[in-house]
Design a protein around this ligand. Structure first.
Ligand SMILES: NC(=O)c1ccc[n+]([C@@H]2O[C@H](COP(=O)([O-])OP(=O)(O)OC[C@H]3O[C@@H](n4cnc5c(N)ncnc54)[C@H](O)[C@@H]3O)[C@@H](O)[C@H]2O)c1
Ligand SMILES: O=C(O)[C@H](O)COP(=O)(O)O
Length: 409
């Protein structure tokens, strides 16, 4: 087990949004005991109060971490996003403060793909509406507007981890798959890449969205795109709430331009299970509304808890930043018998010279040194003999351009 210069009993973790207990198991097994858990997301003001003395913060998709919030997080070393998306975090602001951000890029891929396929089948049979009517005492036994999924065309927008997984599963059910991505992608099976989004929209019986939240994906499906879809088509969105213009979708369902929709993510989502969900889609029977549960399976959550907690422990104990989404990536070996100095600084000429001048002036022998930069930030890790690190650490903190430094032993 690695040791840190700061006693582990003093290192504080705050885990929000009902992160799976597997994360706690990993942290406790690594010797961390100060772990507070809160089952919901916090708003900016509460967050600012809560994170003032926190070293490691765990969130999911609902907690927004802005530059303003980071400005109050004086002790924060790293953020773990216990999910795939990291759009809820101002990654540049975190990096500029020397805060590394990690996520779990693949752990819930399968869960999302399964949910989307299930919804496609139910919507093609009109099940949500028939179910709602039956709950109200009605009986809608009819084959009108009910179809098999076999032979239908699935249009996948965003052919990444989830899009490709879905592509394989859909072909297994006898569907035709067409996809649109901004990057040229290797089509799996018999899938084919559409030349444009309009081409995909015109060709698909079911359109499903799997793009990240980016300026280029904001409101990418609005009235014009819905108009370009086949009459009676179905729209699925389990990506991010800002990708679809919800009012336009509600109009298209009411006018019966679209047969149905399944929406898992919304422009505004409740922070916790006790808050009210508001949406223009409420009350539309053939729209499946789910509370952002695309990745919420026991399998996915247990894996995510373990994966992200392990990344935080590795960074805390050893300095490794591999797979960080905003930080220079350095893979570090163990450092038995050595003290490890971690130095995060502005990526400007001369900082490495200044760092090494500290070691040279103090006549400290460098056992190993690692450097990586990412954008405007540099990360230098130096292993030195035990006993000589304390003075070096003090001087390193004074090197012009230093963002933060710490020592592990
Ligand atoms: N509902 C949920 O619970 C849930 C769960 C997991 C992920 N998600 C969301 O799904 C998104 C996709 O996940 P993933 O793991 O497949 O991500 P990914 O990064 O593997 O794939 C995203 C794909 O979208 C493509 N893309 C980007 N901009 C595009 C554009 N303008 N048009 C077309 N394609 C574009 C990328 O090139 C990439 O191939 C995540 O970013 C996350 O926001 C939601
Ligand atoms: O980005 C993700 O992985 C999904 O949106 C799931 O987010 P969640 O952890 O808040 O369910």
């Amino acid at each position: 087990m690695g040791k840190t210069s700061l006693d582990k009993s003093k290192i504080k973790f705050l885990l929000l949004e009902g992160i799976h207990p597997s994360a706690l198991e990993v942290l406790r097994a690594a010797g961390y005991s100060q772990i507070e858990t809160i089952p919901k997301a916090l708003g900016p003001e509460e967050l600012k109060e809560q994170i003032a003395d926190v070293h490691f913060l765990g969130i999911r998709s609902t907690t927004h971490l802005s530059a303003d919030v980071f400005a109050q997080a004086h002790k924060l070393v790293a953020v773990g996003c216990f999910c795939i998306g990291t759009n809820q975090v101002d990654l540049d602001a975190a990096r500029e403060r020397g805060i590394a951000v990690f996520n779990a890029p693949y752990s819930n891929t399968r869960s999302v793909a399964e949910l989307v396929l299930a919804e496609a089948i139910l919507l093609l049979r009109g099940v949500p509406e028939k179910n709602a009517v039956a709950h109200r005492g009605g009986w809608l036994k009819s084959a009108a507007n009910s179809y098999e999924i076999r032979g239908k065309t699935l249009g996948i927008v965003g052919y990444g981890s989830i899009g490709t997984q879905l592509s394989v599963l859909a072909e297994g059910l006898g569907m035709r798959v067409v996809f649109h991505d901004v990057v040229a992608k290797l089509p799996l099976g018999n899938a084919r890449q559409a030349r444009s989004l309009p081409e995909l929209l015109a060709a698909s019986d079911i359109v499903t969205l799997h793009v990240p939240e980016l300026p280029s994906t904001k409101w990418m499906i609005g009235p014009r795109e819905i108009a370009a879809m086949k009459p009676g088509a179905i729209l699925l969105n389990a990506s991010r709430g800002t990708v679809v213009e919800i009012d336009a979708l509600a109009d298209a369902i009411r006018s019966k331009k679209l047969l149905g929709a399944a929406i898992d993510v919304f422009p505004t989502e409740p922070r916790g299970n006790k808050d009210e969900f508001q949406s223009p889609l409420r009350g539309l029977d053939n729209v499946i509304l789910t509370p952002h549960i695309g990745g919420s399976t026991m399998e996915a959550q247990a894996n995510i808890g373990q994966e992200v907690a392990e990344k935080l422990v590795k960074y805390s104990d050893n300095g490794t930043t591999v797979s960080s989404v905003n930080f220079p990536e350095v893979s570090l070996p163990a450092h038995p018998g050595k003290h490890r100095l971690l130095h995060i600084h502005r990526n400007v000429p001369g900082v490495l010279t200044q760092i090494n001048k500290v070691f040279s002036d103090l006549q400290i022998n460098i056992a190993a040194q690692y450097l990586q930069t990412s954008g405007d930030v540099g990360y230098v890790v130096t292993d030195v003999d035990a006993g000589s690190s304390e003075q070096a650490q003090e001087l390193l903190a004074q090197v012009p351009g230093t963002i933060r430094s710490r020592v592990l032993f």
